[in-house]
Every structure is written in structure tokens, then in C-alpha cells.
Ligand binder design. Structure first.
Ligand code: CDP
Length: 221
């Protein structure tokens, strides 16, 4: 089977950015598993489903068509949900909250299991998420778990939101992140934790390029 590098971690740990850069450097495929959960949450919303209706949302996860398209001009990957380019909608906080709600439904996780495994293709795959190394690719030869202090993750989030012209206080973001960490670690379905064989990298205060180099080093024989 093609090699897999799993990159898991909490939100704000930098896994999205690092995964994309590492996949580009290696010429490997990329699985943004969070985008799949966001897409299902979005499709369920479009269908007017009650997100707590586990049966209806599970069915939605089974039938929703999700495709990733790389524009020829090298711009960002587009996410097409049931034929509609939903890239911009999927980035919103609303989509993140919907994703987090439906990700707690076991039927949804089961529906996405084989789909995610299908991304494993030659020459290799970088899989970005929260349970890539523990549940989806437990046999991956390379596993990384990224962390960063809550204060650093709040700062990164704050910067991102400011760039988007949104004004939220750092203190409220820190509070939100700490609450989300506690919820994610305590959740019964796929709680966020490193695989026993994952290499832990704390990205607090480390520039992106240095983290990428560190991850690429792990793949050298
Ligand atoms: O950056 P953040 O983790 O907030 O966003 P994301 O990676 O796009 O994931 C959105 C939500 O989907 C997360 O809050 C998780 O609850 C859920 N998720 C999951 O449960 N399992 C995954 N493999 C990926 C995402």
C-alpha cells in the first residue's frame, strides 16, 4: 500500500498549513478530513435537517457527494458539495460548529471511514485531522501529533480573524479554545488523543518552515 503520513492535532495547532506544505514538498496527495465533516454539516444544513437527528444526518453523510478540485492556476483547493462549490461557505465559523456537532455522530464517522481510506494512493498521502493516526490509518508508517499552547492557538486564530476584518477579543478566543479542548478530549466518539506511535511536535513559537522541515526529517530513511 502507498505510504501515509498522518498529522493530527487540535484546532490552531497549525496542522492544515503544515499538512499542505508537507504534501506539496513530497508530491503526495492530501486528505483534509475536516473539510469532509464541514461538507456533511453544510449539506445537512442545506437540506434543512435538524443536526441532532442522528439518523437523518447519518443518511446525509452517506449520500453527500464531496469532491476536491485543484485549480489549474495553482490557487487553493476547491471543495464541491453535491455539485456546488462550497469552499467559501465551509470556511465559516458556522460551518466549523456544524462540523463539530455532526462529527460526534458515530454513523457519520462510519459513513466517512471508507471514503477517507480511499485517499490512500501512490505515491503517498498526507492525512490531516484528529483521528487519522488512531482510527483511519492506524497502520500508517509515519505519524505526527501537533500541539501548541492554548495562548498561542488563540493568538493565531485572533490574527486570522483580524485579517478577515473580524474583531474578537483575545481573551474570549482563549476561553473558547480551552472550552473546545476540554470538550474534544472528553467526547466519547473519537476523542482527540495522539496515537501511541505518533511523534509529538509542539509548534509554540516555532516558525512554519521549521515545523515542515522537522516533519520531512521524520520521513528520511
Ligand atoms: O481547525 P479545526 O479543527 O477547527 O477545523 P477542521 O479541521 O476543519 O475540523 C472541523 C471539525 O470537524 C472539528 O472541530 C472536529 O470536531 C471535526 N473533525 C473530526 O471530528 N475528525 C476529523 N478527522 C476532522 C475534523
Amino acid at each position: 500500500a502507498a505510504p501515509v503520513l498522518t498529522i493530527d492535532g487540535p484546532s490552531g495547532s497549525g496542522k492544515g498549513t503544515i499538512s499542505r506544505l508537507v504534501a506539496d514538498a513530497l508530491g503526495w496527495h492530501l486528505l483534509d478530513s475536516g473539510a469532509l465533516y464541514r461538507a456533511v454539516g453544510y449539506a445537512a444544513g442545506m437540506a434543512g435537517l435538524d443536526l441532532s437527528d442522528t439518523e437523518a444526518v447519518t443518511r446525509c453523510a452517506q449520500i453527500t457527494k464531496i469532491a476536491f478540485r485543484d485549480p489549474k492556476d495553482g490557487g487553493e483547493t476547491r471543495v464541491v458539495v453535491n455539485g456546488h462549490d462550497a469552499t467559501d461557505e465551509l470556511r465559516t465559523e458556522t460551518a466549523g460548529a456544524a462540523a463539530s456537532a455532526i462529527a460526534a455522530i458515530p454513523g457519520v464517522r462510519a459513513a466517512l471511514f471508507e471514503r477517507q481510506r480511499g485517499f490512500r494512493k501512490a505515491p503517498g498521502l498526507v492525512a490531516d485531522g484528529r483521528d487519522m493516526g488512531t482510527v483511519i490509518f492506524p497502520d500508517a508508517p509515519h505519524k505526527v501529533f501537533l500541539t501548541a499552547s492554548a495562548a498561542e492557538r488563540a493568538r493565531r486564530r485572533h490574527k486570522q480573524l483580524k485579517e478577515k476584518g473580524l474583531n474578537v477579543t483575545l481573551a474570549s478566543l482563549l476561553h473558547e479554545i480551552e472550552a473546545r479542548d476540554a470538550r474534544d478530549a472528553a467526547r466519547v466518539v473519537a476523542p482527540l488523543k495522539p496515537a501511541p506511535d505518533a511523534v509529538l511536535i509542539d509548534t509554540t513559537g516555532i516558525p512554519v518552515g521549521a515545523v515542515v522541515a522537522r516533519v520531512l526529517d521524520l520521513l528520511r530513511p
